[in-house]
Design a protein around this ligand. Structure first.
Ligand code: BG6
Ligand code: MG
Length: 212
């Protein structure tokens, strides 16, 4: 019986996944590294520094740790410029109404995101006080596909992992949730993932999940 739903943030609650792409694309262009939407798929759910390492794999140059940190900071500054333009109107009505209905059905609602910008994004969307628990990139040591972020979110609520459902748009996130023995609902890029128990055409399909 599912009693807790843990949502990934980027690409599930909001479309910040596209802003990640635009910011990485700008950095890649500056470094003369090819980077397209397909490359971006590999970065879903992956931490900022690990994402940078994946991008730099295509470069013939080797960079020092200090240079890498500069690149990551530069990307994050660009990314935050997009985030700061977000307002509660960027939260889709479908997502908000579905969250409200799930809450009314008695589910506890949590966020499990690798992003260190989670609090900023939730604030921009007017959701800073909405979720029962938040576990984000500032609270974990290992990023997805490691299950730490979801386990900690469940721990914050004192919930059994077997009673949690994770909603994910990243393959890495589906693997992470499964390895914590959680139920998985895949949406968007993760739709069709073999690690998912449910496949959502659209966010409100969560309301159709038969919870026995
Ligand atoms: C995840 C995104 O939610 O957060 C990744 O899917 C991103 O693409 C990661 O790299 C870390 O985000 P941030 O905001 O800490 O750079
Ligand atoms: Mg995501």
């Amino acid at each position: 019986m599912i009693d807790t739903i843990i949502f990934d943030l980027d690409g599930v609650i909001c479309s910040t996944d596209h802003y990640h792409y635009l910011a990485w694309k700008k950095l890649s262009d500056e470094l003369h590294i090819s980077f397209d939407e397909k490359d971006n798929e590999k970065l879903r759910g992956v931490s900022r520094m690990e994402s940078l390492d994946i991008i730099l794999e295509k470069s013939s140059q080797t960079y020092s740790q200090v240079e890498k940190e500069e690149f990551a900071n530069k990307k994050n500054t660009l990314y935050q410029q997009y985030l700061k333009q977000m307002t509660p109107s960027d939260l889709s009505v479908e997502v908000k109404e579905t969250l409200d209905q799930l809450r009314n059905k008695g589910y506890r609602l949590a966020i499990g995101s690798s992003s260190k910008n989670t609090k900023l994004i939730l604030k921009q969307l007017g959701l800073e006080n909405y979720f029962d628990a938040i576990c984000d990139g500032t609270m974990i040591q290992y990023s997805k596909p490691h299950p730490e972020v979801f386990m900690k979110a469940a721990d914050l609520l004192g919930k059994n992992y077997k009673n949690c459902l994770v909603v994910e748009d990243a393959l890495a996130g589906c693997i992470a949730a499964k390895s914590a023995s959680m139920h998985v609902a895949a949406i968007s890029s993760a739709y069709g993932s073999p690690y998912a128990d449910y496949h959502l055409n659209t966010f409100k399909d969560l309301l159709e999940i038969n919870n026995k």
